[in-house]
Design a binder for this molecule. Sequence first.
Ligand SMILES: O=CC(=O)O
Length: 311
Amino acid sequence: MSTTATPIAIGPAATPLLTRAVADGGATVADLDRARALIWNSGPDDFPQELPAGIEWVQLFSAGVEDWFSRNVFQRFPGVVFTSAAGAYSHSVAEHALAMLLAGVRHLPQQTQARSWRQSEFFPHIGTLRGATIAIVGAGGIGRELIALLEPFGARIIAVTRSGTPIVAPGVVETLPAERLPEVWSRTDHVVVGAPATAATRHLIGKEELAQLKPTSWVINIARGSLIDTDALVVALRDGTIGGAGLDVTDPEPLPDGHPLWELPNAVVTPHDSNPPQLRAGAYAAHVANNVARFVAGDELEARIDVTAGY
Ligand SMILES: O=CC(=O)O
């Protein structure tokens, strides 16, 4: 280590990828007491109870950080800057959302479960994304990546963000602030939710919102299960109030065996694996390398956690 390199610790255990990511701009140190920053490659449960006074910055490895909030970690270290991995995994998760949306609109779950040639029964249910209106509720990193992936399909996107600052990208016909969300449900063909889990986003979609969607609408959740009222969703799926749901996240999670969502032909459930470890590791290392370079240069860090906003 050169005498000028910024000392950074990796915990709870260093990996070759993270060590390389840190070495790009800083120097890995094993002793937390000598470090100015900590790259944390695990969840909140094994996070240190105390941090040495020299730690200025902690990089977390998940995009969503509600578990850290509920354990009061940020509140315990008010002088430390925390950054999440928000944005780092956007491509993988957006690809998963697109796969679910396409599966739903093309009626694939029902067709592939049929195990017989029922063409005339399926014809009327097959739709297209071309010209369809898709609301992306919580258009952050994943939403913006999905907007890019959707471009060739010719869909019309209504993006909803906290501020409503216009997203200028092909396909986006409107950006609405969160307070105008109630007008979205009756105007859209499909919904993708990508908002962080906070008190304000809990049950963002419930009975009333589902009732305003179309019987052909698909609701895709690649964010957090708490955003949707599961009981209301099960009823809407059973009654045909909406076309279907693609869920990579559920409430409760893990979704217990025997839960009604497993049995519904118009529910596509994947076990929170839109960002599997083999894709996550490289994306996380790239995010770390970028933030280490920023930290060393004294620049603003990416994905800084806003304790007031709750994500
Ligand atoms: O859900 C995964 C994450 O928050 O990174």
